[in-house]
Design a binder for this molecule. Structure first.
Ligand SMILES: [Zn+2]
Length: 582
């Protein structure tokens, strides 16, 4: 069963196995089977559109049992196959709801809207069950057994969620399916190997999937030999009249990693940059740009040809062009090759981050066995609200967002295998903020292309470095940040960063000492340092050239610590005035 909810999360790796081209009879038999599967799935998905049905989404079996009891199963079809279609329909609807909620940032909105812990807890508990979401969408107020909350508050949360989710889902529902694939559990297929004496290859592997009638099977010959088990998906390839068998393997974990955490900044010119300044996968940019350029040139040329075929529609020339120049076979193959190239580069880079330097290929057995050599956590930017925002003009939006989604999925799988946690943080202004913990000046002028140069006009900071390295350092610092959470709005992030900078500036001009030496979140030490500074009068400005500590000890100044809240009333007034004017 493929339904991901209410089960222990097990990381899967999908492998795609091609069959040999199928003969006409076999292919059409498979096609009609997939068509009846798709037809059943389509009807289930449309029935699941009604929120009153969503209680059945929490367990795939509940919907299957309900559908059977209601007599929604088509007569004459293989019942086991329709069961799979029912599970698949639930999966599709769940994914749709989840992606709508993620795109509309519903969790972040809840967090911003309700300050009270208990209220947030109730809202998140509602969002965790499709039954409760459905109840809310039908106008109800769900009772969550673990939460005791005043009726009035629950009603307020439910009505807020109702409005937010309604606009997120906005009358969209998955509906159009091509008859292309079907999911099968292990009872619906078997694997046989046939020996072929005196011929190459000496063995042929077949996946025998259920047929349309009881006891009949369709034998799909695989092009290679592989381990086929568990849930599979059979996907038709109409261009080559063959099929692909997708097999999901459980990824085995190496055990918990204990090495120092690593932060990465996803890039466009390289796959990513870590917080020690190492660029991983430096040939990535070139490959991405050439993928984009190739797409652009070809689509321009195709546009011209299409215009010709429209102009003299029906002519011999137009027919010739349509047949020989405007086909999609080569175009699809080209895209497939570009993507494969990008995947190879990204895979190597991500493995380097997860398994350590010089460990590009696991197949060569070079993964360090020592948990201390693998980062216990990998800190990345939360890009859910920035989706589709391309960092480079040369790389198309489509390519950039495809690459990003791929890389995020990939690092999740490898981190699971390497025993590292993936933590996401709010990355707003991470490439525009000075990483020097005694400075922290925020300005878009700090960044010019690939280089970062602090333009702090108040004192001579002039930190210089690689922009992606700076971003990774700031991303690492955010994990310790108690004020900036993943859900903090980016306008709010800027306000917080500016407030911190202002405090550092004030304490400098007032001569109360350098506000932080990288250990400022330790309140006692900050106080002690301040006391010392006051005792010795005006502290000379911090000598330049001292390189800030990079790595674990780097922290963004924590404005909650007592060293920074001793501003005079006047300063505070000035500051709040500034904020009002801004
Ligand atoms: Zn600076």
């Amino acid at each position: 069963m493929s339904h991901p909810y209410g089960m222990v999360v097990v990381m899967k790796r999908t492998v795609r196995l091609a069959t040999l081209p199928l003969n006409r009879r076999k292919y059409s038999e498979l096609l009609s089977l997939v068509a009846s599967y798709t037809e059943a799935k389509r009807s289930f998905v449309s029935r699941l559109r009604s929120p009153s049905m969503w209680a059945l989404l929490d367990r795939g079996e509940s919907f299957r049992d309900h559908a059977k009891a209601q007599g929604w199963y088509p007569a004459g079809a293989n019942v086991h196959l329709i069961d799979q279609a029912a599970f698949d329909a639930v999966d599709t609807c769940v994914r749709h709801i989840e992606s709508c909620l993620a795109q509309a940032d519903v969790k972040a909105r809840v967090w911003r809207r309700f300050a009270d812990e208990g209220t947030r807890h109730y809202a998140y508990a509602c969002l965790a069950r499709y039954g409760s979401i459905g109840e809310i969408m039908s106008g109800g107020v769900p009772a969550i057994p673990t939460v005791t909350l005043a009726e009035k508050t629950r009603v307020a949360v439910a009505s807020y969620l109702h409005r937010t989710i309604r606009s997120a889902i906005n009358r969209t529902w998955p509906s159009v399916f091509q008859a292309r694939s079907m999911a099968l559990d292990s009872t619906l297929y078997s694997v046989v190997e046939v020996e072929r004496p005196g011929r190459t290859p000496a063995y042929r592997q077949y996946v025998r999937v259920i047929g349309a009638t009881p006891r009949s099977r369709i034998a799909l010959p695989l092009a290679g030999r592989s381990r086929v088990s568990g849930n599979i998906r059979v996907v038709l390839d109409d261009d080559h009249k063959r099929a692909f068998v997708h097999v999901a393997y459980n990824a085995a974990s190496l055990g918990a990693a204990t090495g120092p955490p690593v932060a990465i900044d996803w890039g466009i010119t390289e796959v990513c940059t870590d917080d020690s300044g190492v660029h991983h996968g430096t040939s990535y940019g070139e490959a991405l740009v050439s993928m984009t350029e190739r797409r652009n040139t070809i689509s321009k040329a195709r546009g011209k040809l299409r215009a010709i075929t429209k102009k003299d529609a029906g002519s011999k020339r137009a027919r010739h062009i349509a047949r020989y120049n405007l086909g999609t076979k080569k175009q699809k193959a080209r895209l497939r090759r570009s993507k494969a190239q990008l995947r190879t580069i990204a895979g190597a880079a991500i493995k380097e981050v997860v398994y350590g330097e010089g460990n590009r290929t696991r197949s060569r057995g070079r993964v360090p066995r020592f948990a201390t050599q693998r980062p216990r956590s990998i800190i990345t930017e939360d890009l859910s609200h920035l989706r589709g925002k391309a960092k480079s003009k040369k790389v198309s939006r489509m390519c950039a967002s495809w690459a990003r989604t791929e890389n995020e999925e990939r690092i999740t799988v490898h981190a699971y295998v390497g025993g590292s946690d993936v933590k996401t943080v709010n990355a707003a202004y991470s490439s525009q903020t000075c990483p020097d913990p005694t400075c922290g000046y925020v300005s878009s002028n700090n960044r010019h292309g690939d280089t970062f140069h602090c333009r702090n006009p108040y004192w001579d900071c002039a930190w210089q470095g690689d922009a992606d390295h700076v971003a990774a350092m700031n991303i690492k610092a955010r994990i310790e940040d108690r004020e900036i959470s993943r859900f903090t709005a980016h306008t709010e992030v800027k306000k917080i960063l500016e407030k911190r900078f202002l405090r550092r500036k004030e304490s400098r001009t007032r001569g109360t000492g350098v506000p932080t030496d990288g250990t400022a979140s330790d309140g006692d030490r900050a106080c002690a340092a301040e006391g010392e500074a006051t005792a010795h009068g005006r502290t000379p400005s911090k000598p330049r050239g001292s390189v800030p500590v990079v790595g674990d000890s780097l922290r963004v100044v924590d404005s909650q610590s007592p060293g920074f809240v001793d501003m005079s009333g006047e300063t505070q007034r000035l500051e709040s005035e500034k904020k009002r004017n801004a």
